[in-house]
Design a protein around this ligand. Structure first.
Ligand code: FUC
Length: 818
């Protein structure tokens, strides 16, 4: 190897650091704490999309919560398809047509609901519905060498730090105890599919600890040949044998010291170094795996045991970085010294732009670590749970929450991870068809307000939230968006029948409302808000044609027509859709100037309700825009003012996206700030306490991961938009982010964009086409022209058409006056 003088290397390192603060290289992105976690919401999440762990970094004892995304109790529930419900449907509809919503609702509560126990109001862990559950707990008891000082083993602790590097998905705990520095590194390998913890000390023979595995219920722990086993079977909810079975294996690979075992623990004493390896598998997705689940857990462990720690770590980092490094966001120099919990508190005063960038990248980190193509989608907890009865069963709520989890997938350059959701949607179809037939005598497929890995698609047991029947259709938006960003026609062809099936349900089940003759869903509800009928103070939820349903159906219909055109399809469904679109209700503005949430201008039970369902048309759909529908945009603005800026974590996150779509950067920023309000406590609250925990997990409260992804998507919406057929750079840039840069954000039509700006003006712009296409670029505000190779490009109505071939990279110059 050529030898470089030392000073040259120093210069290179200096240059690298300088560049890295200027955004040319990925910034160092670190979550840092100066004490062990005292509650779970301070622990640091690690994961590889299938398994995960959250260590608390304790000094004498360490508690590490373990997770597997397939740890679901329950099993398929044929009782959910309630055969009697349909006999009440004509009467419910008659009552709705006569304006007797309250009577219709009473019938719904009693009869038009899933059969069986449904979700058991979020206590479903022992019911067929089931719950996403923690895998268990790893507890480590450390003992430390005697120091010889007086008093002996003083246990003086110094230089404690606990970190999570977003750059390489590795967490670390380090401290000095009585003069010895102890270091622990933790990661959930993206390459070898095991959990890894390495312990070292800077003095030989200083490492001694005992490890135990446990679980609050349904687990047996044993030891054989110095391997710790934890195995069990979850409740299938039917007193049967169908529950998910799991097997965890743990092994210590030691350098020096003595390894010993008891009936339920392993211990090591006086070692120089140790690596704890944990593997886990369940039989939920066995059919798709080559081996059985128990064989798989053993295989993973054997492979990891035979691999050097550094190789394990390097290959993990390589696989992870391939995704993480696709996107950069630089809003200022990162402060990697101040503890993250303090930065979070200070953010309310100092507006540290770099913290917003860290939060954005944390959302991408959580997506890369929480989901993967071949497994279940991220649930309400993502992949991370510390309970066996998680809040709301840790399931898949389809009236905002599951969808929000995947909002960043495309724009944040993690398109392949969207497949977890799109494949899951496809898997709901057979159950959804049965639900359409059983409850409505309708064609196609439908999913209501919530689902689980057992493909629950029936109406929920409580009509106030369970009646919404556009859950599946909302998921179909994601099927289309994946195409819009990738332009993958083979994929589009494969999902076309799913879109068409969702449309068939509405085409065959909507009824004609009497006043205007519009076609509407009935019965339905506007998630989860109620209203008063004139002259009554009783809350009503059940209605016909809530605005959100109409918007979702319109979008589904128009996506199908676009897909049909691309694929050259012209069939009965497309013909019916063309006929039906003009018969759907329009969006209506109330006499007070709000966008109406329901067909009628009812008074809401809770004007500040966390759901803002009728603005689905503003975001995630594009039916309301300040450019194309200014009146509706103004009504949306008024609606948001009336709803207020508070709410649960995910509600605040959605509002960041709304204001970004209204091109109001400072208001979007205000909402982002409220999303980042420091939160404590894990008690369920429905209208207060939303914000962000010390580990940057979103607080509903309790912890619910959707707000993290909604926040990340919201930041992306502030920087780039492409929903209206053109690329809009910095559409909602807040004054707090006057200077910055990003790399690798994606737009519909199939391109990546890099941009830098100063005082809000674009100073650098690069487009990278993934597919050959013509991209319409909106001339940025205040700009005069856009140049390519020094030559001005022609402008058509404020847009510059940029034709590109696949994989072409283009540098453009934005010219401002002066
Ligand atoms: C819906 C929301 C709640 C919560 C729950 C998981 O019911 O209204 O706020 O997010 O899902």
């Amino acid at each position: 190897m050529k030898k470089y003088p030392f000073f040259f290397l120093i210069m290179l390192a200096g240059l690298w650091m300088q560049c890295s603060t200027e955004g040319v290289f990925q910034q160092r992105l670190i979550l840092r704490y100066n004490a062990p976690a005292s509650v779970w919401e301070e622990t640091l999440p690690l994961g590889n999309g299938r398994i995960g762990m959250m260590p608390d970094g304790g000094i004498d004892t360490e508690h590490i919560v373990l997770n597997d995304i397939t740890m679901w109790s329950g099993s398929e529930d044929s009782e959910a398809f309630n055969p009697d419900a349909i006999t009440y449907l004509p009467e419910i509809r008659e009552l709705l047509l006569a304006g007797k919503n309250l009577d219709a609702q009473k019938l719904m509560y009693s009869y038009f609901r899933c059969g069986g126990k449904g979700s058991s109001h979020g206590s479903g862990k022992d019911a067929p519905y089931g719950a996403f559950q923690t895998l268990g707990d790893l507890d480590v008891n450390y003992s430390y060498p005697r120091t010889g000082s007086y008093p002996p083993s003083g246990g003086v602790i110094g230089a404690y730090e606990r970190t999570l590097s977003l750059n390489d998905a590795v967490a670390a705990t380090q401290f000095n105890r009585d003069g010895i520095t102890y270091t622990r590194e933790y990661f959930a390998s993206h390459a070898d599919d095991v959990l890894v913890i390495r312990l070292t000390a800077d003095r030989k023979e200083s490492l001694s600890f005992e490890v135990k595995l446990s679980r609050p219920e349904r687990a047996t722990v044993s030891v054989k040949d110095n391997i710790l086993y934890m195995e069990g079977q979850l409740n299938d909810g039917h007193d049967g044998e169908k529950g998910v079975r799991f097997l965890t294996q743990l092994e210590i690979v030691n350098n020096g010291g003595t390894l010993a075992s008891s009936t339920n623990s392993l211990s090591l004493s006086g070692a120089d170094e140790a690596v704890i390896l944990i593997s886990n598998a369940t039989d939920m997705l066995d059919k798709e795996r080559l081996t059985t689940y128990s064989g798989y857990a053993g295989e993973l462990l054997t492979r990891a045991r035979n691999t050097q720690y550094n190789r394990l770590k390097n290959s993990h980092v390589d696989v992870y970085r391939e995704k993480f490094d696709r996107v950069e966001l630089n809003l200022g120099k990162q402060d990697n010294i101040t503890p993250t919990n303090e930065r979070l508190i200070r953010f309310q005063r100092d507006d540290d732009p770099a913290l917003a960038a860290l939060y954005f990248q944390y959302g991408r980190y959580l997506m890369i670590c929480g989901t993967r193509e071949d497994n279940l989608p991220l649930n309400l907890q993502g992949l991370w749970a510390n309970q066996v009865q998680t809040p709301w069963n840790g399931d898949y709520h389809l009236n905002i929450n599951l969808q929000m989890n995947y909002w960043p997938a495309e724009v944040c350059n993690l398109s392949e991870l969207h497949r977890a959701l799109t494949d899951f949607t496809v898997s709901l179809v057979p159950s959804g068809e049965k639900t359409a037939q059983t409850f409505y005598g309708a064609e196609g497929w439908v999913a209501h307000m919530m689902t689980n890995p057992w493909k629950f698609t029936a109406p929920g047991e409580h009509a106030s939230w369970g009646a919404t029947n556009t859950g599946g259709a909302w998921l179909c938006q994601h099927l289309w968006e994946h195409y819009a960003f990738t332009q993958d026609k083979t994929y589009l062809k494969s999902i076309y029948p799913v879109l068409a099936g969702a449309a068939d349900f509405f085409l065959s089940s909507m009824i004609r409302e009497p006043k205007q003759g519009w076609l509407v869903t009935a019965p339905s509800s506007s998630p989860e808000n109620g209203f008063y009928l004139p002259g009554s103070r009783e809350a009503v939820y059940v209605c016909m044609g809530p605005t959100m349903d109409v918007q979702i159906i319109k979008e589904l219909f128009s996506n199908i027509l676009s897909a049909a055109e691309i694929l050259g399809i012209d069939d009965v469904t497309t013909a019916k859709i063309r006929e039906t679109i003009p018969r759907l209700p329009p969006m209506q503005i109330s006499p007070d100037g709000y966008l109406q949430e329901w067909l009628e201008d009812y008074e809401e039970v809770d004007p500040q309700h966390r759901h803002v369902s009728h603005l689905y048309g503003l975001h995630p759909s594009n039916q309301i825009s300040p450019v194309t529908t200014p009146d509706l945009a103004e009504a949306a603005r008024k609606t948001l003012d009336r709803r207020g800026d508070a709410g649960t974590g995910w509600s605040r996150a959605w509002k960041v996206n709304f204001w970004a779509r209204l091109h109001d950067g400072d208001r979007a920023y205000k909402l982002l700030k409220s999303l980042l309000e420091p939160a404590y406590g894990s008690e369920v609250k429905m209208s207060s306490g939303g914000g962000t925990y010390p580990n940057l997990f979103c607080a509903h409260p309790p912890f619910q991961i959707d707000g993290n992804f909604g926040g990340t998507a919201g930041i992306a919406e502030m920087l780039i938009q492409s929903q209206d057929g053109y690329i809009h750079l910095l559409p909602a840039l807040p004054s707090a982010w006057a200077d910055g840069s990003f790399k690798g954000l994606c737009v519909r039509g199939g391109a990546e964009v890099d941009a830098a700006w100063k005082d809000g003006k674009i100073t650098q712009l690069t487009l990278r086409a993934r597919t050959g296409n013509t991209f319409q670029l909106k001339v940025p505000d205040q700009a005069m022209a856009i140049k390519k190779n020094g030559k001005e490009l022609p402008v058509e109505n404020g847009f510059v058409p940029v034709g590109m071939t696949a994989r072409e990279e283009l540098e453009l110059e934005v010219v401002y006056p002066g």
